[in-house]
Design a binder for this molecule. Structure first.
Ligand code: F0G
Length: 455
């Protein structure tokens, strides 16, 4: 088979600034070993997130120019609404400025103390928006899905026995909604099978519990279903996506991922009454229901992005380029969360730096080393994010991961080859990487603001 090339050519470039190792060492120290404190221009390859960091196509830029900025009833809104309806089949499409705004509106209506909201794995903003209402967010990932080295085609699946058990334990009246996150970002970017979505639908429907999909990476999930699940090889991605959404009563979405846009999102709902409540809240903080916190031009770009993301040539390249990074790291002996996810590779920092205990944040230490070695910015998903102290005892996270998230249509294969070289170089000298201690902690969402120093 021939190389799967980037299915686009480059029309506009943004120069990268080169830095020396000495400069990067000084920058990292100054940043307190926290990658969120580094200026974007001091980063050579930015793998901090795949959210809002993608490149738009010429057709999307054309939509930007054709944006209708009418306050109410803009042409761009109707394009957006039609594009979302075509994929989700949902009755009501409510634009928001990004995913967490959709979550905040949904859980402001459905969440309250005593309520319990299950998911395969909640993303942190989803969990935070649920907990903010006093409700409890519960992750019901199949326990094998947490083992970095367990290989399965749909490791993001929800444990449906656990869902059954939860419903029996708390009662369906205390579960206002069940979520399913595709792909499962907080669990290695792993996909969810159609069979699993169908089964979750069956269980929730039996108890009258609405099912919502956190659809940030719905198209990547659809491609995994096409590749890996029996009966889907000959279906196109749109048909697969439509089937996924057909089992749901609603969806939250961040257009910064599979919307191929730099900002935006939506809340899609079938229930009329819930949609009225959501629109009332939307007007309070986001905007009028035909723009919801976005400019007309943003709505146009998202409408076009939603078409392009379901293009099979694009998705073949997208999933293959992530897999290529993962494969080459595995070949070099680097332990990663397997199999490679859709939007990111998650390095297993516990296995990479076995000499650094969880209390000295091996993931954060690796993030520092990758930047100093090669100007690569990654993010820790481990004990900095999820660890906590109970008195004097440190309770670490289940996994110490470092996520290399791949922005969409931004980097070429030679950029990825460079990333592989840098990771392998750090791996060769891994015994020289030192653990970190916190010098300034934060009360919540520590990973954004805490400062560290080498032990
Ligand atoms: N749900 C999932 C699964 C996500 O990955 C994100 C964002 C959100 C919801 C919230 O969307 O950022 O538009 O408000 N994930 C980004 C990341 C930030 O880096 O993984 P948002």
């Amino acid at each position: 088979m021939k190389t799967i090339i980037e299915p686009f050519k480059i029309k506009m470039v943004e120069p990268l600034k080169m830095t020396t190792r000495e400069q990067r060492l000084a920058i990292m120290k100054e940043a307190g070993y926290n990658p969120f404190n580094i200026r974007g221009e001091d980063v050579l390859i930015d793998l901090l997130t795949d959210s809002g960091t993608g490149s738009m196509s010429h057709a999307q830029w054309a939509e930007m120019m054709m944006g209708d900025e009418s306050y109410a009833g803009a042409r761009s809104f109707y394009k957006f609404e039609a594009a979302v309806k075509e994929i989700t089949g949902m009755q009501h499409v409510i634009p928001t400025h990004q995913g967490r705004a959709s979550e905040r509106i949904l859980f402001s209506i459905l969440g309250s103390p005593d309520m319990v909201v299950p998911s395969n794995t909640h993303f942190d903003t989803t969990r935070a928006n649920i907990e903010f209402t006093g409700a409890r967010a519960v992750d019901l990932i199949d326990p094998r899905g947490l083992d970095p080295h367990y290989k399965a085609p749909f490791k993001g699946n929800m444990d449906t026995d656990a869902l059954d058990a939860l419903i029996r334990e708390v009662g369906p009246e205390r579960i206002p909604v069940c979520m399913i996150t595709v792909t499962n970002n907080a669990s290695g970017g792993q996909p969810v099978s159609m069979a699993n979505i169908r089964k979750v639908r069956e269980i929730t429907a039996k108890h009258g519990i609405p099912l919502f999909i956190d659809a940030c990476r719905f198209a990547e999930n659809a491609y995994f279903i096409k590749q890996r699940e029996e009966g889907y090889a000959d279906k196109d991605l749109k048909a697969i996506a439509r089937e996924m959404f057909s089992y749901a009563d609603g969806a939250t979405f961040s257009a910064k991922k599979d919307g191929l846009a730099n900002i935006g999102g939506f809340l899609a709902i079938n229930n009329d009454e819930l949609a009225v409540k959501a629109r009332n809240l939307l007007i309070l903080t986001e905007g009028f229901p035909t723009y919801g916190g976005l400019a007309g031009r943003d709505l146009g770009a998202i409408a076009q992005g939603l078409k392009e993301v379901l293009d099979e040539d694009y998705m073949r390249y997208r999933i293959r380029s992530t897999e290529y990074l993962g494969e080459n790291l595995i070949k070099g002996g680097v332990p990663i969360f397997e199999p490679p996810g859709g939007h990111a590779i998650y390095i297993d920092a516990k296995g990479f730096l076995p000499h650094i205990p969880a209390s000295q944040f091996p993931g954060q230490a690796l993030v520092g080393a990758l930047y100093i070695e090669g100007g690569i910015r990654a993010v820790e998903i481990g004990s900095v994010m999820f660890g906590r102290w109970e008195g004097e005892t440190f309770i670490p996270a289940k996994n110490e991961l470092v996520r290399l998230a791949i922005p969409r249509r931004v980097y070429t294969q030679s950029h990825i080859d460079y990333v592989i070289e840098v990771v392998l170089e750090v791996f060769k000298h891994r015994d020289q990487v030192k653990g970190l201690k916190i010098v300034k902690d934060a009360p919540y969402l520590r990973h954004f603001t805490a400062l560290f120093a080498e032990v």
